[in-house]
Design a protein around this ligand. Structure first.
Ligand code: SAH
Ligand code: SF4
Length: 355
C-alpha cells in the first residue's frame, strides 16, 4: 500500500483514524499541534508523542511529498514556487504580499480540462487531481519558507486560483479547506479563503450546501452566451442562465457576496456595450456582487489576445460604477516573474521538452 500525505486528513479524520488504530483520541490533538503549529519535518520530532503512535504514523503516512524545483522572488515580494509532486508532475504555488496580509494561490489539479482559450493552465490537459494532502502541503511549504526567513510572518489568506478547476476536484477541495481552517491548526479564517470556479453550476449548489463560510469567485469574463462560449467552452454545458440560477441559489442560501472575475481582453469583451450588458445581468443581485476587472496577462500561445488599454478598462469600470455595480481593477503582483498562474509551469515544461 502506498503511503498518503498526512496533511490530507481533516482533524476529525485523523482522530477517527488514530482511534481505529488503537490510539487514544487525545493523540490527535498532539499530532495536529506538531504538524500545524510547530511544523515539524519528521514524525520522530514529535517529542511528547509515544513511540508506538509515531511508528504507526510513519508506517502509514508521509510528511513531505512536494519538492521545491524552482523558487522565484519578485521585486514586489511575490514568491513563485514550482513544486515537483512525487510522481514527477509539476505544479505552481504563488505567495503574494498585500497590505492586508500574505496570500497564497494554490493549484488543485495537474493541468485543466476546461480549456479556456486565454489561459496558460488549460494548454495542458488534466493529468490528475491533486489529493487534499498535496493542496494543504503547498500552504505548508510556503509557511515553512516564511518560518525559515525568521520574520514571524504567517499565511493569512488563500486563493484557490492556481492551475485547475477546483470544483472538478470537489471532495479534496472541501477537505483542504477544513484542514487549513481548523482553529487549533493553521487557523486561516474561512472569510480569508476564496475559491474561484469557471462556473460549474451544479457544484455551486453543492458548495452552498456545505455551509463553509469561504468566498466564492466566478470567472465570468463575458456578459452573454455567444461571447462567453467563444472564449470559454464550458459555457456550452453551463450557459449564463444556468449559472445565474445557481448563483441565486447560492446567494439565497449563504447571503454571501460573490466576486465575478472579468479578464479585460482588448477588442473582445471590453466594449462599452459589454459593460452595460454586464451591469444589466448583475442589477438584481448587485447588493451581493463585486466585479473584479483583471488586466489580461498575455500568454505566448494565445497571441490572439492582448490586454485592454487602460482607458478601456477605466471606461468599463466607470460604466459599472454608474450603474451601481461594486467593482475594482486588479493590478497584478509579480509581473516580472510569470505570476499569472500556469505560466511558469508551462514555460518549464516547454523548456524540458525542447532540452
Ligand atoms: N479554474 C478556476 C480557477 C483558476 S484560474 C477558474 O477558472 O476560475 C483563476 C483566474 O485567473 C480565473 O478567473 C482565470 O480566468 C484567470 N486567468 C487565467 N488566465 C489568465 C491570464 N492569462 N491573465 C489573467 N487572468 C487569467
Ligand atoms: Fe482551467 Fe480556470 Fe484556466 Fe479555464 S481559466 S483553463 S478553468 S484554470
Amino acid at each position: 500500500m502506498s503511503k498518503t500525505s498526512i496533511y490530507g486528513l481533516t482533524y476529525e479524520q485523523l482522530t477517527d483514524w488514530l482511534e481505529e488504530h488503537g490510539q487514544r483520541r487525545f493523540r490527535a490533538d498532539q499530532v495536529w499541534n506538531w504538524l500545524y503549529k510547530k511544523r515539524i519535518n519528521h514524525f520522530s520530532d514529535m517529542k511528547n508523542v509515544n513511540k508506538e503512535t509515531i511508528a504507526l504514523l510513519e508506517d502509514n503516512f508521509i510528511l513531505e511529498t512536494l519538492e521545491e524545483e524552482i523558487k522565484q522572488e519578485s521585486k514586489d515580494g511575490t514568491v513563485k514556487f514550482l513544486f515537483k509532486l512525487d510522481d514527477g508532475n509539476l505544479i505552481e504555488t504563488v505567495l503574494m504580499r498585500f497590505n492586508y496580509g500574505l496570500s497564497v494561490c494554490v493549484t488543485t489539479q495537474v493541468g485543466c480540462n476546461i480549456g479556456c482559450t486565454f489561459c496558460a493552465s488549460g494548454l495542458l490537459r488534466k493529468t490528475r487531481d491533486l489529493s487534499s494532502g498535496e493542496i494543504v502541503e503547498q500552504i505548508m511549504m510556503v509557511q515553512k519558507h516564511l518560518d525559515a526567513e525568521g520574520k514571524e510572518e504567517r499565511v493569512s489568506h488563500i486563493v484557490v486560483m492556481g492551475i485547475g478547476e477546483p470544483f472538478d476536484n470537489f471532495t479534496n477541495l472541501v477537505d483542504f479547506i477544513k484542514v487549513v481552517n481548523e482553529d487549533h491548526g493553521l487557523n486561516i479564517g474561512a472569510r480569508h479563503i476564496t475559491v474561484s470556479t469557471s462556473g460549474l453550476a451544479h457544484k455551486i449548489y453543492e458548495f452552498a450546501d456545505t455551509g463553509l463560510q469561504v468566498n466564492l469567485a466566478i470567472s465570468l469574463h463575458a456578459p452573454n452566451n455567444e461571447l462567453r462560449t467563444s472564449i470559454m467552452k464550458i459555457n456550452k454545458a453551463f450557459p449564463i442562465e444556468k449559472l445565474m440560477k445557481a448563483v441565486d441559489y447560492y446567494l439565497e442560501k449563504t447571503n454571501r457576496r460573490i466576486t465575478y472575475e472579468y479578464i479585460m481582453l482588448k477588442d473582445v469583451n471590453d466594449h462599452k456595450e459589454e459593460a452595460h450588458e454586464l451591469a444589466k445581468l448583475l442589477k438584481s443581485r448587485r447588493h451581493l456582487s463585486y466585479v473584479n476587472l483583471i488586466p489580461y496577462n498575455t500568454v505566448e500561445e494565445h497571441n490572439q489576445y492582448q490586454r485592454s488599454d487602460s482607458t478601456s478598462i477605466q471606461t468599463f469600470f466607470e460604466i459599472l460604477k454608474e450603474n451601481g455595480i461594486n467593482c475594482g481593477v486588479r493590478w497584478e503582483n509579480g509581473a516580472d516573474i510569470d505570476a499569472a498562474c500556469g505560466q511558469l509551469r508551462s514555460k518549464q515544461i516547454k523548456k524540458k521538452n525542447i532540452g
